[in-house]
Design a binder for this molecule. Structure first.
Ligand SMILES: NC(=O)c1ccc[n+]([C@@H]2O[C@H](COP(=O)([O-])OP(=O)(O)OC[C@H]3O[C@@H](n4cnc5c(N)ncnc54)[C@H](OP(=O)(O)O)[C@@H]3O)[C@@H](O)[C@H]2O)c1
Length: 252
């Protein structure tokens, strides 16, 4: 398989990030698979290589600016440039109504979901501006929780609203530099991230499925398709957009 573009995915060891890495590899990208867990990341890289693709695992903890900067540097050291970045690493820790939530959970989500995306964009944009052919595409993982309120997810919702703000503002700032910056806003997708709420008894799986007009949760591959399109030249006139991947949730 010939590789024409270099992609970096944070939180690629499972869930949406893993499926996005697999699809980017199938569509001609060399993929830097990143996350904290090396074993899980190595397994994703193996799957890509077994299917004829090109990938490498680079560990990152997006809670650390130094770690994020090192990830971008390692990408450039390995492949020479950065064309596509998917800022997917994120956590959801709310388990109940806002006034019952410990401050520490909100602080942790602010660090991972907001600062993690800010630091990622900062170093990715610096690289995209500096390379021989400037430009690139960044896709951030927002959420329907970043576009409106969600019961029992107030703090997570606040962090995803911040991701939307970072996405839209940076898209304006770098539009004339050939850097497109967009976000996807999934509704409930069947991955481990929903387990905290299910385990806390806040939501059942059936409750979560019923939130979407289509009557089911989404699949990680369905979000990966949207991310891959947004990051591709097919979306060359699309920037500053938040694309709902939500089974009709926001149409209600
Ligand atoms: N699933 C949904 O219903 C849904 C809906 C809307 C939006 N989203 C968003 O989509 C993104 C992916 O969600 P998902 O459902 O695929 O979640 P997931 O299955 O829980 O996976 C989260 C990924 O993020 C990584 N991660 C977490 N903290 C990290 C950190 N500090 N540094 C680096 N990597 C970190 C994890 O890897 P390691 O543990 O290896 O570090 C893992 O690969 C998130 O931003 C989430 O908010 C999800």
């Amino acid at each position: 398989m010939s590789v024409s573009r270099i992609a970096l995915v944070t939180g690629a060891t499972q869930g949406i990030g893993k499926e996005t890495s697999l699809l980017l590899a199938r569509t001609g990208h060399a993929v830097v698979v990143s996350g904290r867990r090396k074993d899980a990341g190595d397994a994703v890289v193996r799957e890509i290589r077994d299917n004829g693709g090109e990938a490498v695992f680079v560990p990152v903890d997006v809670d650390s600016e130094e770690s994020v900067a090192a990830l971008v540097a390692a990408t450039v050291e390995r492949y020479g440039r950065l064309d596509v970045a998917v800022n997917n690493a994120g956590i959801s820790l709310d388990a109940g109504r806002m006034a019952d939530e410990p401050t520490s959970r909100f602080q942790q989500m602010l660090t991972t979901n907001v600062l993690g995306v800010f630091w990622s964009m900062k170093y990715q944009i610096q690289q995209m501006l500096a390379q021989d052919t400037p430009g690139g595409s960044i896709v951030n993982l927002a959420s329907i929780a970043g576009l409106g309120g969600i019961r029992y997810s107030a703090n997570y919702s606040a962090t995803k609203h911040a991701v939307v703000g970072l996405t839209k503002s940076a898209a304006l700032e770098y539009a004339t530099d050939g850097i497109r910056i967009n976000a996807v806003a999934p509704a409930a997708i069947k991955t481990d991230i929903l387990n905290a709420a299910i385990e806390a008894g806040t939501w059942s799986e059936a409750d979560i499925a019923a939130l979407q007009p289509v009557g089911r949760m989404g699949r990680p591959t369905e979000v990966a398709e949207a991310i891959t399109w947004l990051s591709s030249p097919a979306a060359s006139f699309v920037t500053g957009t938040v694309l709902n991947v939500d089974g009709g949730y926001k149409a209600q």
